[in-house]
Design a protein around this ligand. Structure first.
Ligand code: GLN
Length: 532
């Protein structure tokens, strides 16, 4: 079949959950046997979100091919199990960079380079790149930002042109928000009408409207929206707040989202999507009554999006272990000797979060010392693993002043040091050790047991590594270096001997956990936490 392109836009306000709707639709189409991928355009000028502080847009997700990207790609992968790549997340910065590089090469043959057609052509090229692979029946493209923003304009113009070029192979899905005014006890559809008007003004007629609402919408309201927005009545769908994001696909299916998309594309609507495995997961989520309480020690606790993939991985693992996840965010900057016991004593297990820079680091050491001494199941991820090594070096090996070169370039014992290949790099963007690398695990280690395998492949995002000069000392003192890169011998996993479950990974296992394939390391961590 010809590739179909579905564009998802948002109106009224941001944070409506375009990523979740796109992921849900992708899942439903996939469950009907179609090959699907999802792409996101972000209207900011950064080349990628790698240089952004998590306070800006939450976590930076990393693809297998080492692209630092928006956290929505994490949702895409967790819902569908597909592997996204560099082609799945494109920012305005990258679009402009491509256009400007082309201009410098002389590719425009003396023409004046303009937003229309050159920038819009580049946007179209980035959409079609995925379609041209022939690997997909559906490309779902989420356009970041809100309709009406100045920075979204070139994207809307580009996709309007694509509709003109490809007709029925293009569909527009527009998400809006229907506010409920408590005092008047009324739901208001006017903002939706206005945002659809704004789309129509730029020549886009949405095919499907998804209305985000906190209160159930009456039939008559859906009818009114359909009439005023020029959309068929069944194509107005409500998206009520759900107890879990993983319920959204079922809610969308119940209202026929997948069916309408197929009908509008002129495809046959036969049978039902196969959601058996998904339902099994949901039944686990709903059936779990007993809690498992996990502490997450990090410095971005005010902003839960900063640790999105970790919290989702934990929730997958908890569900498959028949537990309800209670995730307690613990501010590393506020942890010290005087309160560590009180903050950590009720945790069944603790995660030491990834991160960059000095802020909050001492709190991680205090936490790790307490966890190690009290034998609490612990998983250190990236910076969390590096802190595990530093704490062990300071307090077990007795290496006073042990540190990471990132925190103290003059530390007497740089047990974590900059990787050789990073030393001559001065650019900050896209220059870390990124993406998937092989890792060989020591047979019999807790980690190898968890995976049920000794060779794994996981995603990385870091500049520093365990300093090989200290490896033997650490080993002898009981911090085993059980995972290594087979090509470079970089240490990727450490495990404390004699403890219940005390594991640190230089890589980020959280990027690979999906609903249908929960990550084995998170599963093993939750199991250890439960048995504690
Ligand atoms: N800041 C550390 C490094 O660059 C860890 C990075 C991380 O936790 N993702 O090596």
């Amino acid at each position: 079949m010809e590739t179909k392109y579905l564009f998802v836009t948002g109106g009224v306000v941001s944070s409506l959950g375009k990523g979740i709707i796109s992921s849900s639709l992708a899942l439903l189409l996939q469950a009907r046997g179609y090959r699907v991928t999802i792409q996101k355009f972000d209207p900011y000028i950064n080349i990628d979100p790698g240089t952004l502080n998590p306070y800006e847009h939450g976590e930076c997700y990393v693809t297998v091919d080492g692209h630092e990207c928006d956290l929505d790609l994490g949702h895409y992968e967790r819902f569908t199990g597909i592997h996204t790549t560099k082609a799945n997340n494109i920012t305005t910065g990258r679009i402009y960079q491509n256009v400007i590089e082309r201009e410098r090469r002389g590719d425009y043959l003396g023409k004046t380079v303009q937003i229309i057609p050159h920038v819009t052509d580049e946007i179209k090229r980035c959409v079609k790149i995925l379609g041209d692979t022939g690997d997909y029946d559906f490309i779902i493209t989420e356009i970041g930002g809100t309709v009406g923003d100045i920075e979204s304009t070139p994207y809307l113009e580009a996709v309007r042109q694509l509709k003109w070029e490809m007709g029925r192979n293009v569909e527009f899905i527009h998400l809006t928000y229907v506010p409920y005014l408590k005092a008047a006890k009324e739901l208001k559809t006017k903002p939706t009408q206005h945002s659809v008007k704004m789309l129509q003004q730029v020549g886009i007629q949405p095919d499907i409207l998804v209305l985000r609402t906190e209160v159930e919408l009456r039939e008559s309201m859906l009818h009114k929206v359909a009439q005023f927005c020029n959309v068929t009545e069944q194509a107005v769908i409500q998206s009520l707040d759900a107890p879990s994001i993983y319920e959204v696909p079922l809610m969308m299916h119940a209202q026929g989202l997948d069916r309408i998309v197929l009908e509008k594309a002129g495809l046959p609507v036969e049978g039902e999507p196969d959601m058996q495995a998904w339902m099994h997961f949901l039944s686990k989520v709903e059936g779990a009554t007993e809690k498992v309480r996990i502490g997450l020690v990090g410095k971005y606790v005010e902003l839960q999006d900063a640790y999105k993939s970790i919290s989702e991985s934990l929730s997958h693992a908890a569900a498959y272990n028949d537990r309800k996840l209670e995730l307690v965010y613990i501010h590393s900057e506020k942890l010290d000797e005087s309160n560590v016991e009180e903050k950590l004593k009720d945790m069944d297990g603790v995660i030491i979060a990834p991160g960059f820079g000095q802020r909050g680091i001492e709190g991680k050491f205090v936490a790790l010392k307490w966890l190690r001494e009290h034998d609490v199941p612990t998983l250190g991820i990236c910076l969390g693993m590096q802190c595990m090594v530093i704490e062990y070096a300071r307090n077990v090996l007795g290496l006073a002043g042990a540190n990471s070169a990132e925190m103290d370039a003059n530390a007497p014992h740089k047990v974590i040091d900059m990787m050789e290949e990073q030393k001559n790099i001065s650019n900050m963007g896209g220059t870390m050790r990124l993406g998937a690398y092989d890792c060989q695990l020591r047979p019999g280690s807790k980690t190898a047991q968890a995976y049920g395998s000794t060779s794994v492949r996981e995603r990385h995002r870091h500049r520093y590594e365990l300093n090989a000069a200290y490896e033997q000392q650490l080993e002898e003192a009981g911090l085993k270096c059980v995972g290594k890169n087979p090509d470079t011998q970089l240490v990727e996993v450490v495990e404390a001997d004699g403890l219940r479950w005390f594991v640190g990974t230089q890589y980020h296992p959280e990027y690979q956990s999906t609903v249908l394939r929960p990550h084995p390391l998170f599963e093993a961590f939750i199991k250890a936490a439960i048995t504690k």
